[in-house]
Ligand binder design. Structure first.
Ligand code: SAM
Length: 280
């Protein structure tokens, strides 16, 4: 297993549970408004049954449970028990709405009944999978006819700074090299719309989301993410501790420098529908 602790996946290398919660929270502060708007625009409403697949620490699951209200239900599924334990311990569901049910699932084969959800939300999972197309097919199976998928994924290559900086360029190149060695694609966002269509979905809507920062905590997100995967990079032989520490120092300096603009990685978001009649 590449990760330093139990993650449930041999290719998911970020921290889980308490150790990764602050980074996921920061990620939601950067991208979350667009995720929520996409879900609302895709028809999220009271009474729905929704799956938050790869729910992580449950940030979106709890928000979705407020939207579907007491007549709706939310299932948060993740492969990591640490994530699920953290998610279950959060009590932020709105008054009157039911808390999400958190369950251990593998996105490739959830074991959940076919055609049992009105909507599936899936953010930043597919770039961590060796077989994202298989997970998309599983999501398609889980949706009712007419049900909607809302997913967002990463295009790591699009992260840049102005003025351009070698440190960001090097860290992105190292991220790609690590993904290649793990058999995953941190640029999967570039293919998201076509992969969704190939999985059988119709009527896609696509948005590009690329927040930019001159200052503020969110500007440190990439540095923190990179720091989390440092032990894996060293184990994979992508750099020595000293080399990566120097790079981390430079990333931190750039994050604190209010003269430097950082464009976070673009995250394409796609919503698409499972056709009412599916020809086999
Ligand atoms: C980057 S986190 C995103 C969490 C959440 N979707 C969010 O946006 O806050 C990716 C999540 O995918 C989960 N994961 C990785 N491989 C998985 C798999 N095969 N099946 C289900 N979950 C998986 C990880 O445990 C992790 O919680």
């Amino acid at each position: 297993m590449e990760g330093s602790k139990e993650t449930g996946s041999h290719v998911y290398v970020l921290e889980t549970g308490d150790c990764g919660a602050a980074r996921l929270q920061m990620q939601d502060e950067i991208y979350g408004a667009s995720t929520r708007q996409m879900m609302l625009d895709a028809g999220l409403c009271a009474g729905m049954r929704v799956l938050d697949l790869a729910c992580g620490t449950g940030i979106m699951s709890h928000w979705i449970s407020q939207q579907v209200g007491p007549t709706g239900t939310v299932v948060g599924g993740d492969i990591s028990r640490d994530q699920l334990a953290y998610a279950s311990a959060q009590g932020s569901h709105g008054e009157g709405s039911r808390p999400p049910e958190f369950i251990e699932v593998n996105a490739y084969d959830t074991g959940l009944p076919a055609a049992s959800f009105d909507m599936v939300h899936c953010r930043l999972l597919l770039c961590h999978l060796e077989r994202p197309a298989d997970a998309l097919r599983e999501i398609h199976r889980l949706l009712k006819p007419g049900g909607v998928l809302v997913c967002q994924d990463l295009e790591l290559s699009t992260l840049f700074s102005r003025p351009a900086s070698k440190a960001y360029e090097q860290s992105v190149a190292l991220g790609h090299a690590m993904g290649k060695m793990l058999g995953v694609n941190y640029d999967f966002g570039t293919q998201l719309h076509s992969a969704v269509m190939q999985a059988g979905f119709v009527s896609p809507t696509v948005r590009f989301v690329q927040p930019v920062h001159m200052r503020g905590l969110g500007k440190d997100w990439w540095h923190q993410t990179f720091e989390e995967v440092t032990p894996v990079m060293i184990r994979l032989g992508l750099g020595t501790q000293d080399e990566i520490s120097v790079l981390l120092g430079e990333l931190k300096k750039l994050a604190l420098d209010e003269q430097v603009l950082l464009a976070q990685a673009r995250m394409p978001a796609v919503s698409a529908v499972k056709a009412m009649r599916v020809d086999s």
